[in-house]
Write a protein that binds this ligand. Structure first.
Ligand code: RBF
Length: 158
């Protein structure tokens, strides 16, 4: 190869992850949590290396994620919640703050923060993205965290 290519692998053995999951819309978020745990276990993460943190809703994700990132104990943080527009007049405010907050925590701390926040118009769409028709976005977010944790380890070793 004429140029170096650095990318993360999908192995999580020896890495530590925190999963922050919202209780709001628990019917959906528990499925996202199941998907995220499945991804971590399948990629080799030990159960003792996974911490699950519950928060009331999407709004609370950034403050918990920030504390976890600053604790310095985790290689990646996976944030899971479901905002459903039909029920949520505050949808745009909450979604905007959660998105901005999680993005800036990742860039400021250097700890990968995977965004597993569903933003849908209906409950059906959320169900589809939590393991029914359109895969499980919790699984996908955890896989992203695994890849990024591996990538960050390589980048820091350079
Ligand atoms: N949190 C979610 O994660 N998903 C939602 O769909 C959602 N809808 C909400 C609708 C209203 C009107 C309010 C006031 C809060 C909602 N929350 C939702 C909760 C929010 O993220 C947060 O937990 C609370 O506002 C308390 O800070």
């Amino acid at each position: 190869m004429p140029y170096p290519v650095i990318e993360g692998t999908l192995e999580s053995k020896g890495f530590k992850f925190a999963i922050v999951v919202s209780r709001f819309n628990a019917i959906i978020t528990e499925r996202l949590l199941g998907g995220a745990l499945d991804a971590l276990i399948r990629t080799g993460c030990a159960e003792k290396d996974i911490t699950v943190v519950r928060v009331p809703g999407s709004w609370e994700l950034p403050v918990a994620a920030k504390a976890l990132a600053e604790a310095g104990r985790y290689d990646g943080i996976i944030c899971l919640s479901a905002l459903i527009k039909g029920d949520t007049p505050h949808f745009d405010y909450i979604a905007g703050e959660a998105t901005k907050g999680l993005g800036s925590i990742a860039t400021q701390t250097g700890v990968p923060v995977a965004f597993g926040v569903l933003t849908t118009n209906t409950v059906e769409q959320a169900v589809d993205r939590a393991g029914a028709k359109s895969g499980n976005k919790g699984f996908d977010a955890a896989m992203t965290a695994v890849e990024m944790a591996n990538l960050m380890r390589k980048l820091k070793a350079k």
